[in-house]
Design a protein around this ligand. Structure first.
Ligand code: NAD
Length: 336
């Protein structure tokens, strides 16, 4: 009988990581998680184990600690690493770029060094749509488009991708970069979801506000060249992202070097459409107050995912309505 594939998830106690852990345990992978619990939680790991009715190995390690990272990778002996750990707040990256660089780039260097020393030759990396910067046209963004990071956050992802590409070349290793668009939603059971304190993305903010009396939100710009005047983004359900990660795991052994895939739905939703979806899921009206445009906000940002469809066989299944419905289940059951 074939040995189960061993996967180490860095950042596995976080939003995407815990969903990934639950999904992979359910698919008979042996899962280890490495996390420093800076934004991730033990509760998320417990919930992932409950969903899958399986146990995982947890290493409470900070990737900034090179020795501890090597020890954890050596102990976990993974066939493949899914590298999700890092900081993701663009605003925080602008406020403290150096700290941010250490937590996203130095950690990647430490992980690569540990993988190199421990013989791990496959890695799937959580990159971001923001590496493309502000689109010059409203056309969907594809992997061949120019890289033009505009925030320190996006720059750390570009640098990490490059470091991992060097690793791929040096060790004849397999490196798959997944550039996520706007990940949202929650596990369909409502048992796992995105932390909403602090809430920084649109849907978690709306979920949190929906629990307040007379919820309202400021819409930054209602005069954009879009059908309803608000900005359009590509929202993708976290469970579809997890499916993309699993397909990337299956694909990685077939390549030497690196490849890049966008993960979005190719369907843009405007801010007002997201508000409407949340209102419909919660049954609570939200007052949308028109506000000024924010500098640097593109009017429209949508993925072209032809590569992921054709090469990985990835086809996202969940809609915006599902994202809002599942996020509300989660919000009611457990978010604070
Ligand atoms: N959520 C999105 O919409 C989105 C979009 C694009 C890319 N991404 C990327 O996907 C990855 C996961 O995002 P998420 O939404 O699950 O974020 P998250 O904050 O919920 O998860 C990140 C995890 O990494 C851990 N971590 C942070 N620094 C660490 C360190 N030094 N050592 C060990 N663990 C550390 C945190 O404790 C947390 O569990 C991130 O790299 C993020 O940049 C997310």
């Amino acid at each position: 009988m074939a040995r189960r594939q061993r996967v180490l998830i860095t950042g596995g106690a976080g939003y995407i990581g815990a969903h990934t852990a639950a999904h992979l345990m359910d698919r008979k992978f042996e899962v280890s998680v490495l996390d420093n619990l800076s934004t991730g939680t033990r509760d998320a790991l417990n919930r992932a184990q409950r969903i899958a009715a399986k146990d995982l190995d947890f290493y409470e390690i900070d990737l900034r600690d090179a020795d501890a990272t090597i020890n954890a990778v050596r102990a976990a002996q993974p066939d493949v690493v899914i590298h999700l750990a890092g900081s993701k707040s663009v605003a925080q990256s602008v406020e403290s770029p150096e700290e941010f660089k250490i937590n996203n780039v130095q950690t990647t260097v430490n992980l690569i060094s540990a993988m190199g020393q421990c013989g791990v030759r496959q890695v799937v990396f959580a990159s971001t749509a923001s590496v493309y910067g502000e689109p010059k046209t409203g056309d969907p963004v594809s992997e061949n488009d120019a890289i033009a990071p505009e925030s320190p956050y996006a720059q750390t992802k570009v640098t990490s991708e490059a470091l991992l590409n060097d690793f791929g070349r040096a060790y004849s290793a397999s490196v798959v970069h997944l550039r996520f668009f706007n990940v949202c939603g929650a596990h369909a059971s409502g048992l796992l979801g995105e932390a909403t304190s602090p809430a920084t993305n649109l849907m978690p903010i709306l979920m949190k506000r929906s629990q307040e009396n007379a919820p309202s939100i400021t819409v930054f710009g209602t005069d954009w060249p879009t059908p309803d005047g608000s900005c359009i983004r590509d929202y993708v359900h976290v469970e579809d992202v997890v499916l993309g990660i699993r397909l990337a795991l299956a694909y990685a052994p077939r390549i030497v070097g690196h490849e890049v895939f966008n993960l979005g739905t190719e369907r843009g939703s405007s801010v007002l459409e997201v508000i409407a979806a949340v209102e419909s899921a919660t049954g609570r009206p939200i007052q949308a107050r028109p506000g000024p445009r924010r500098a640097g906000d593109p009017s429209r940002y949508i993925a072209n995912c032809a590569r992921a469809h054709q090469i990985l066989g990835w086809h996202p299944q969940w809609t915006l309505t599902d994202m809002a419905h599942h996020a509300w289940l989660w919000q009611q059951s457990s978010a604070s």
